[in-house]
Design a protein around this ligand. Structure first.
Ligand code: SAH
Length: 241
């Protein structure tokens, strides 16, 4: 089950943080470290900070783009050092870890961490079903990257320990991150084609629609129905015809 939990670091600048994250993960028995365009990797400083977790570091998977790191994921949770103004549903660390563990029983899930300097962009948050915020001092809310991973990895371990020996309640099938992304691209194009909205001018509208579908978490059949409707509205041959 823990094999299904990916810890994704986006464009980390300090290799020491990458090493410290590997160590934090191994302590909590998490294994899959995914690096999206790290600024320096591999690096001796990362290996030194990983201490005995250099095996996990050596097995880290490196991707150029976030979408590639999220391939096949049924649930994506982003992290935020700030309380965001836009309408992403925010979970507490405890809620997010329980959700991750419940879903990791049936498929890959990801916890995504941002850059040391600027966190995650809105476009990256658009890939997330939920956000998790560690309730820090609001006057000084930003944790060191590896410290944030440590807190959430610990919560994930608590949720995993609590789930041992309980009957698994299988969550239903849902579309993967890339299927959802394909749908969102199609939706934006269809809104343009039917003259409802120009995606370049309606960022807020598209973000609200993303949030709606992230909450609904459609399965593949439902996504196909929605895409069929979009195609029909676009005047293309509907998939059902
Ligand atoms: N200056 C950035 C902070 C980045 S901290 C900003 O304001 O967004 C680096 C990363 O650590 C964040 O992207 C997030 O992944 C994690 N992090 C730091 N503090 C956190 C907190 N309180 N809750 C959740 N994640 C946090």
């Amino acid at each position: 089950m823990l094999q299904n939990v990916r810890i994704v670091l986006v464009e980390t600048s300090h290799p020491g943080n990458v090493g410290a994250v590997a160590r934090a993960m191994k302590n909590m028995a998490l294994e899959r470290l995914c690096l999206v365009s790290p600024q320096r990797y591999p690096d001796a400083e990362a290996t030194a900070r990983a201490s005995g977790a250099d095996d996990l570091l050596a097995r880290a998977e490196v991707f150029e783009r976030l979408d590639a790191a999220l391939a096949g994921c049924r649930l994506v949770i982003g992290t935020s050092a700030r309380e965001r103004s836009v309408s992403w549903p925010v979970l507490s660390p405890r809620e997010s870890s329980q959700t991750l563990i419940a879903e990791a029983k049936v498929g890959p899930v990801a916890l995504v961490f941002g850059r040391e300097s600027s966190g995650l962009s809105n476009e990256e948050l658009d890939r997330c079903n939920y956000l998790v915020h560690i309730p820090t001092n609001s006057a000084y809310s930003s944790l060191n990257l590896a410290a944030a991973v440590q807190v959430l990895a610990y919560e994930t371990r608590l949720a995993w320990l609590a789930a041992q020996g309980t009957e698994p309640v299988a969550p239903r099938d849902v579309a993967s991150a890339e299927q959802m992304e394909g749908f969102h691209q199609h939706l934006a194009q269809a809104l343009l084609d039917i003259g409802f909205a120009d995606p370049r001018q309606s960022e807020k509208l598209l973000r609200r629609l993303r949030s709606l579908f992230h909450r609904a978490r459609p399965d593949v059949d439902e996504l196909n129905i929605l895409r069929g409707i979009l195609s029909a509205a676009q005047g293309r041959k509907s998939m059902r015809r």
